[in-house]
Structures are given as structure tokens and as C-alpha cells.
Write a protein that binds this ligand. Sequence first.
Ligand code: GCV
Length: 859
Amino acid sequence: MTMKHLVPKTFLIAACLSVGLTAKAEDGSAAWLRYAPIANAKQYETLPAVIVSRGESASERAAAEELRRGLTSMLGRPFTVAKNGRGAAILLTADAHLPSESYRIARNIHGLHIDGSSPAAELYGVFHFLELIASQRPIRDEKTQSPSATIRWTDEWDNLNGTIERGYAGRSIFFDNGHVRADLTRAGEYARLLASVGINGCNVNNVNADLDTLSPEHLREFARIADVFRPWGVKLALSIDLTSPQTIGGLDTFDPVDPKVIAWWQSKAAEIYKLIPDFAGFTVKADSEGRKGPSQYGRTPADAANVLARALKPHGGVVLYRGFVYNNHLDWNDRKADRARAGVDNFVKNDGTFDPNVIIQIKEGPIDFQAREPVSPLFAALHKTNVAIEVQTAQEYTGQQRHMVFLPSMWKWVLDTDLRAPGADGKPRATPVKSIVTGHAFPNADGSARMGGFISVTNVGLDANWLHHPMAMANLYGFGRLAWNPDTPVDEIANTWSTMTWGSDAAVRATVPKMLLGSWQVYEGHTGPNGIGTLTNILGYHFGPGIESAERNGWGQWFRGEKDGIGMDRTSAGTGYIQQYPPELAAKYESLATIPDDLLLFFHHVPYDYRLHSGKTLVQSIYDTHYASALAAAEYVPQWKSLQGRIDPERYTQTLHLFEFQAGHAIVWRDAINQWFAKQSGIPDAMHRVGNDPGRMEAEAVKADGFTPVDVTPWETASGGKAMVCHDAKGCTLTTTVQQPSGKYNVAVQYYDMWSGISRYELLVDGKRVAQWSADDTLPPAQFDAAPDGQTATRFTAQGIALHPGATMTLHAMPDMRSELEHVMPAAEANSQLRPRDYREFAPVDYIVIGPDGDLTPQ
Ligand code: GCV
């Protein structure tokens, strides 16, 4: 008798009903605004069913409609919107006495008031109220809520051709084929999401701006985006190229102090504001990574920023001038050269010369969104200049939305880092980054807070769920929450986001936030240990391991892994970078006695057997951390599986596949880094794990038919440095004889899945097929030709395969031999400047591993 026959029928009906209620198919597009029915709606039964809003503006109408929609859906009873009302009601009102962008929620005998200082603030109040209901919190009078800073923007690196630089979730929601899309529905929905977490600006085009961004034709099109943003209180901003007066204006110069250039910017600003009266402003990337800038004329960043600022000022606009100015042709042989120094070196001399509507937009760390870097010293170096922090929700260096990495944990660490900048008396005082970017640490001369803020490079795409990995949306949500209030605890962000996104089932609530909250450290643990920066392929697309790509070139992301030791010496004896921090913090970083283990290699060059504060040697700590973190990543799979049936199947399955991918890729990272350190240091793993992988059979070592060996570059991204590839259109096989005792095993195949081509694989035991799969892109879109390496390495695991000693196990692989012409070129490429690629994929295989629990254990 099966279990099913033992279960009472009534129980089955109830179970089906409850699953049916909570688990309907979803595509993730609703993000955290799902408004799922809540379990205990009764607690809100006294909430009046009439929403009274007298406001006429589009934002006030949007606020009232949002409230109606959310409450009706969550509480399961009808709510209506009225212009006037008798009796108890929820009243949405404008209250000009409240501070700018602020709202207040209060109850009185007439019902409930949500008051906002502006229509957008009413929206913020409504979204906050809906969040309280979604998380089933009590409704109380709340004190006035105000944002921490004026600038709360996302930057999207979208190109007019519809591609997105460092975008990992499909093509642009704004642009296609050189124009603004005809259908801007998604852009409007995005603005609604942004408003729900208090974001008030969105820069829609790449900071590497198309040169004709400011042409009259494009400006008219951008105005349509501003129109769909407007009801949600989100203002449009644009990235511009400083050469515009020359490239599209036809002038013979773009020298910012030239009167013709000044006049050009003034007239361009007037043209923009005619079309977009609430235009937010410009973002500028100049003198950086090939973008031209004021240095061409011997002018300063302030000269350039101010000419724009003065053109925008009469209309109320601002200039976000990026602090990301550095030389990417540094001399690797110069031990004093240091990219990290660039921010302070380039900007501190201009402190106090920027206009009041200029804000310097500073990346959180001195390099470039690495898994961990110290905070940028530029935050503490500008005392008379507005500054904002730039973080990256797009996970360029942190797993590209194929790994779960909850970035609010990192951002909170950054925002809470106390730079200990001296006060007027010269003594160190509390100056955490959050106090600087909110304008309080270095106020204006009259004591008022400087303009400051928060920018997130977000890069949402046309994928239904915006960022591809459902868990990545926690980062966008968390960014908004921290920008509104940088004191928001990260566990509160994780809990609320999880409940709104995945529902209030107790097991889900107990599991998801826990997974999120440890995930940054897990990722850091198997990718970039001890402050080394990045070990990803910096010359490619920044995803998988490619350790030495950071060395011996002009990009300056060096970690100087040498025979005697590893790490950048940034002490006074080295590049002197540490001295850019205020003295108290500089002293802490300068001394080996006080430098934290997790930043050691960013600041110091130490031997591989250097003893950390943890008591372990550096190299042993690296080995251990990589095994522990890969194991932690692997555990996401069973943790997530424990939630099956408690989450709608569509999002459950998509997320499961991503966790399975992450588990495999964490092993790629672990082995690449550990093998590299073992070779480089010559110090073996005290626990004999590195290079000793029980159950692993190298593809090049088993019986091969048709396959031929290839060297993989870099060597550490293949087990043994080699893989097998199949150039035979009929297919190739690898055959091995099982040695393991009889039992059920997970069998994992480590292979390479290029963006181009779809190879097919089959696993057979004693001639019977036990699994089959296609190599059809779990990976983020490649921006360069793909090859077998750390970006494309992935694995498939066949679970619970019955094996016995002497059984014949065969891997049969069919390469994709179609030529470029036979493939339909993806639109992304047809529109881009990318090189034509080789579409063939020769079914590359690295190794096969048989284990009692396959890829879920450290091998
Ligand atoms: C938009 C890094 C990225 C670039 C990006 C640049 C920037 O270098 O890899 O894609 O360019 O940062 O922030 O300007």
C-alpha cells in the first residue's frame, strides 16, 4: 500500500486547497509588490473600506489606486476610492508642514490618515503602510518618516541599441534599435517598484554615454520615459558625454571654460527642460576608461562639472560627477603605482571649488565593486563638496545574478565604517560613511546638511523578474531601504523582503532570510578572500575565476602574487595609499597588529604562511574558507528544496536551478583558487584536500572515443588544467568502469557551457540512459567570445543513480557543430559592436565525479 492510501481524504483536500491558495504560478514580475492574501486579515477588520483622496495629481491618483489594489488583494475584501467621504475612511492628504519628501501615518476618530508633504511623499506613505499590512505588523501612529538624503537614484547602464553594459537580465526596458521603445509599460512598472522603496530618480542610459544622447530627436524620445516615470515621483536623469558640444553641437571645442561651450550647455539645458520640466540632472563619466574629459584642455573636474551645474541650476537640476577617474594604463613595474589612490589624488585638490548643485558620486570602494574592499578614502577627504555613494546592485563582480549574494550586508558594512575624520579641534570623531553621504559629517558653512545621496547601478532588464535571480531583487529592495534610512538593520530588510516576495509561511520565513543574510560572506569566501579584491577574470566578463588576469597589465587591479608572498603593499613603505585615510584609521590599517584579517591583502604584502589573527596561516585559511564556503553554497540546494510546495512552483523551480548552478560554480571557484594557491605557495593543504578529489575521474584520463584533450586557459579553471572536446558531428564518448560498492550515488559531470552553441549530453549505466541534458546557457550573456574557462565551467548532477562495482558508465556527448550562418544571430549581437563569434560548441568535459552525495559535499 502506498502512503497516499493511508492519508485521510479530507486532509488531502485541505492540503490541496491551502497549496492552491498560496502557490499560484508567478513569473516574478510583481517582485515584492505581490500583495498576496495575508493569513490573519481579521486583525485589520476595523480598517475603513473607503479611501478618500482629494488630490488631482497623477501621483496622488496612483497612491490611492495602489492602496485600493494592495488592501483589496491582501485583506480579501473590497476597498474603494472616493473624492469625499462621510464616516470612517483612510484619508490621503497633502500636508505642506511636513519636511520635504516626508510622510506620517496617524489614526484619529475619522479613521486613518496618510499625510505626505508632496504627492510623491503620499506615495511613500502608502507603500510603507502596505508593507506594514503585508508583514502583518500592527497599525500604530508613526512618527514622521523622512528620507536620509535628497539623491536616491538608480543608474541603468543601458545603451540606445538595447544592450546593457553589465546587464544580466536581458535587454533594455527603455531602448531598442537606437530609440526609446514604443511600449514603455515595463518602464512604468519599474518606476512603481522604485517608488515603493523611496527611490526618486533614475538615470536611464549608460555612463559610457552614446555620443548623440543629447540630440533633439533623442531628447523628445526621453521625454516619453519621463512621462511614464512621473506618476511614481521618479525623475529622469541622463548620462552625458562631455564632448557633446563638439560631437553633436558642431563646435570646434568642448573646453568647459570656452564661452561657446558654456552657451551651448545653457541652451541644451533649456531645450531639455522644455520637454521634461522635472528633469533631475546629468551624470558624468569623464577622464576615465577612454572617456574624454576636462584634462584634455588642462581643466579640472570642477571646471567641467560647474559649467553643467550652472546650465541646470535655473531649472533645479543637479550634476552627479563620478569620482571614478583613474588611469587604466598604469605601469605594473612601478611598485609605487596604485589605482586605489586615484580618487583622492584627482579630487582632493578641487575640494571647495564645486558648485552647490554638483555632487561627487563615489564608488563604495577605491577599486571597483569587488567582493570586499575597504571603503573609499575619498569620502573623508572632501570636506567642502557634496558627495554621494555609488553601489552596484548589478552583480558585476559578485556572481552576475547567477549567485545569490545579499548585498545590503556589504553596503551596511560600508555605511557603518567609521572613517574617524578629525573635527575642527583636530581630534578624530565618529564619521561613518552614512554620516558623510547624508551630508551631516561635513555640513555647509551655515551648519545645514550638505546635499548627498545614494546611487545604485541596477541594470534591470526585460527578464520577467527584472534581475534574473529572484533573490537579486532583495538587493534592489534593500538599496532603497538603506537609502531612505541607512540605519535600517539588514535582518529587518531580509525579513520584510522575504515575506513580501515569498509569503508568510513559517518555514519560508525561517529559511529565506537566513540564507540571504550569510550569502555575502559565502560568496566572498569562495571567490575573494582576505581583501584580495577580485580573483575573477577582469579582462573578460568578470564572472568566473581567472586569477592572474588581474596581474601584469595596466588596469591596476593587482594583488601581486609573487614567490615570496602576496598582497599589495599600500603602507607608507609601499604605495602610501593608507595615508589617504584619516590618521586614526590609517594607523589601524598600517599596522599588521591591527589590520583586520578580511582586509589584510588589500593593504599588505605578506608571506603565504603568515599567521592571521584567527591563528591560521594565510594559505591554510584560504583552503579552509574555500571548502567551507563551497559547502555552504551547496547547502542552499537542500535548504531551498525544503520549501517545495510552500512557494509557487514557477519561481521555486527557477530559483532551484540557480542554486544548483551556484553549488557547481562554487566548486569551480574553490578548486581554481585552492589549486592556484597550492602551486604558487608550494605549501600543501594540511588536510590533504587540495588536489586530492575522491571519486573524481578526469575526462582526459578515462577511455575516450572521439574526444581529444585541450589545454584550458587559465589552467586553474580545469581540473588538471585540461578538458576533452568533441569535434565529431556523430558524437563522442567517455567510458569508465565503476569501482564503488553497490549503492545509490550522485554522479556529477563538470563541463563547459558556452553562450553560443547547445551541446547535448547523455549519461548511461550499462548501456541504459540514466540522465540527459543540454548545455543551453545557465550563464550570463557573454560579451566576448566564450571558451572553456572559469566563466563557462558548470556542472550537471544526476541524483540517486544505482551503481555496482564493474558497471560501465558512459558519457555520450553531441557537440553543436552548426556554423555561425546556421544560427539566428541574437538581436543583442546584431545591434552591438561585438566581434562575430564562433557558434560551435564542442561539448567540452572536465571531469566526472561519483560520490555518495556527489556535488553536495566538499570533495
Ligand atoms: C560603465 C567598471 C565596469 C565598466 C563600467 C565602469 C564604470 O570598469 O567594468 O563596465 O563602465 O566600471 O563604472 O564606469
